[in-house]
Design a protein around this ligand. Sequence first.
Ligand SMILES: CC(=O)N[C@H](C=O)[C@@H](O)[C@H](O)[C@H](O)COP(=O)(O)O
Length: 224
Amino acid sequence: MKKILKQGLIVSCQALEHEPLHSSYVMSKMATAAVEGGAIAIRANGYDDVVTIKQTVNVPVIGLIKRDYEDSTIFITPTIKEVNELAKAGCDVIALDATLRKRPEDEQLDTIVNKTRELYPDIELMADIATFEEAINADHLGFDYISTTLSGYTEETKDIEIPNLNLVKQLDGKVKAKVIAEGGIWTLVHLKQALDFNAYGAVIGSAITRPQLITKRFNSVFED
Ligand SMILES: CC(=O)N[C@H](C=O)[C@@H](O)[C@H](O)[C@H](O)COP(=O)(O)O
């Protein structure tokens, strides 16, 4: 089956409201720079950013809508409401929260997947997972891509160090979906390791598009 995403590097261009670069215009410029550097796709958060980035670059856009809930749990595109917003924004792939946590509005992941396939047959689906079990479940649901995005960010995985490339290794040959390494990739060594474990692609965000974190990383040398 033809895949929208080619093999390669995906750059996540996201700045949430509290971040210094929060602006669809700035994210579209980040996306332009990423594509100039060879990114095969852009991962973006929210309706406005997806629309602006789609107007600016000519590579597929993976859209998500990040929602923080009362108990500060992060969910990525947790309900069909966000799926509809992203489809309207024109994204090519939608990243869905595919963890096995209880979802807001009590919606079920299989229902969301089936509904999305029915309403938007041309849009591909990426499962954002945290564990091996969640990846297997997502694969049974027929996701096109499985990304390790949420490993280290759920209650169950909060003690796991990221990047969790071991999860990429564990999934090698175990799922039909294309496996994407995502979350905490900061060095070429991480990236090469992900490819050695047969990741189809990798998403890098903070190490490319969050200058405040890049600065902090360098600055840590002065604080040692
Ligand atoms: C956990 C969560 O909310 N992850 C988000 C998911 O879209 C983004 O904030 C990350 O930047 C993205 O996953 C890429 O990861 P990293 O920035 O570590 O390269």
